[in-house]
Design a protein around this ligand. Structure first.
Ligand code: URA
Length: 421
């Protein structure tokens, strides 16, 4: 094969053959196909798409670029992936909960991307906790604790790592076949037997409309089916932040509240909805996750999971040097609180990164003291901005300008459940 022929075929709207796909992904990973050639091919895919057979093969080629973990555990394995949101700490209560229900949860997670938070950044606010584990450590912890939340090993889908960085700088990220194959190559290589996808939709998500989210969910589920991994997807709301806490340590605090039987209703509801999907795929639909959560077993599993990765589950978490309170300018009902704006504010306060290699502030973030549907009085605190760098507050306030509406009438629809589909 020659790279130019593969690029030309896709440029002219042709389907790529299995052989062309396998060759080009492998040759790119080995450096035989140049970055500029893959950039041109990514743009041709962005513009002309790939059908579901091409996307499944592209995913297979990315999996084959590295190693596939083989998890030898007696329990059924099942994982969850969220397409990313604001305040989305669901992995934190969910992984130990599903493990406490009898499944094994190998959850390889990521770091924050833009305005969306990253599970590893949140967990690193726990003193001593370690994200990087070897394949052996992952296997051992899965067998002993039942849940592992850690970073992907470097040998997992290296083609995706290279291609993702290239897409980021060539404006080719927002393509359904490229996003779907990127997500699924890592999840399938991780070796889980089943997968539940939480496809976010709304201002704080990658996919802003239900139509786009449905199309991504369909592409993800089709790839899972083509590779023999039982996969289902929920479309869930990301128009307003999940729960009250957005950031790193603040989200861990909220997740622990859920594990101890409290926490915000929307976080509990989504955790249980995803747990039920995961347990069904794992053949454990007879177990009621709400009962296991109430029993305290999920919290015990959380403590063992954190401890196994060097963390102290009882340690005090970092506190911000500065807290700025935003008060309600008038009395009324909070009709809207925009997820994207709150995500950007938390990012600017230091919870996220400006550049890939930057550190995050563990104590930075936003606490939303009222949720859509709540009545608030003039002067009542609406939002708390947490940061170690108070000079970041004006930029966060700027991001929050126009991000909420206070109305005089109660609007019950605004507060309804998170599961859209
Ligand atoms: N997450 C991924 O892993 N890949 C994408 O392309 C987009 C989101």
């Amino acid at each position: 094969f020659a790279a130019v022929d593969v690029i030309r075929a896709k440029r002219d709207g042709e389907r790529l053959s299995a052989e062309q796909i396998e060759w080009v992904v492998d040759a790119y990973t080995r450096g035989v196909v140049a970055e500029e050639q893959m950039a041109a091919l990514a743009m041709a895919i962005f513009l002309n798409g790939m059908d579901s057979a091409e996307t499944a093969r592209w995913t297979g080629a990315m999996i084959d670029s590295g190693e596939r973990l083989s998890l030898h555990v007696a329990r059924p394995t099942v994982d969850k992936h969220s397409t990313g949101g604001v305040g989305d700490k669901i992995t934190l209560p969910l992984a130990p909960l599903v493990a406490a229900c009898g499944a094994a949860v190998p959850q390889l997670s990521g770091r924050g991307l833009g305005h969306t938070g990253g599970t590893l950044d949140k967990l690193e606010s726990i003193p001593g906790w370690r994200a990087e584990l070897s394949a052996e450590e992952i296997g051992r912890q899965l067998a002993e604790v039942g849940a592992v939340v850690c970073a992907a090993t470097p040998t997992l889908a290296p083609a995706d790592r290279k291609l993702y960085a290239l897409r980021d700088v060539t404006s080719t990220v927002e393509s359904v076949p490229l996003i779907a194959s990127s997500i699924m190559s890592k999840k399938i290589a991780e070796g889980s037997g089943a997968l539940v996808l939480d496809v976010k939709v709304g201002s704080g998500a990658f996919m802003k409309t239900i139509r786009q989210a449905r199309s991504l969910a369909r592409a993800l589920v089709d790839i899972g089916a083509a590779h023999g991994v039982a996969t289902t997807a929920l479309l869930t709301d990301m128009s307003t932040p999940l729960g009250s806490a957005v950031g790193n340590a603040v989200e861990v605090v909220e997740a622990v509240e859920v594990l101890k039987g409290g926490g915000p209703a929307d976080v509990v509801e989504l955790t249980l909805a995803l747990a039920r999907e995961m347990l069904t795929l794992a053949g454990l639909s007879h177990v009621d996750p709400a009962e296991v959560l109430a029993s305290g077993e999920a919290y015990e599993t959380w403590c063992r999971m954190i401890h196994a990765q060097g963390g102290d589950p009882d340690a005090e978490l970092p506190k911000p040097a500065h807290v700025h309170v935003v008060e309600a300018p008038e009395s009324g009902v909070l009709a809207r609180l925009d997820a994207y704006a709150v995500g950007v504010a938390a990012w600017r306060l230091g919870a996220g990164r400006a550049r890939k290699e930057d550190p995050v502030q563990l104590a930075a973030g936003v606490r939303c003291l009222a949720k859509p549907g709540d009545r608030v009085e003039r002067g009542q605190p609406l939002l708390e901005l947490h940061t170690d760098t108070p000079e970041a507050v004006p930029a966060a306030l700027d991001a929050l300008s126009g991000s909420y509406d206070l109305t005089q009438r109660h609007n019950p629809g605004a507060a309804e459940g998170t599961v859209l589909d």
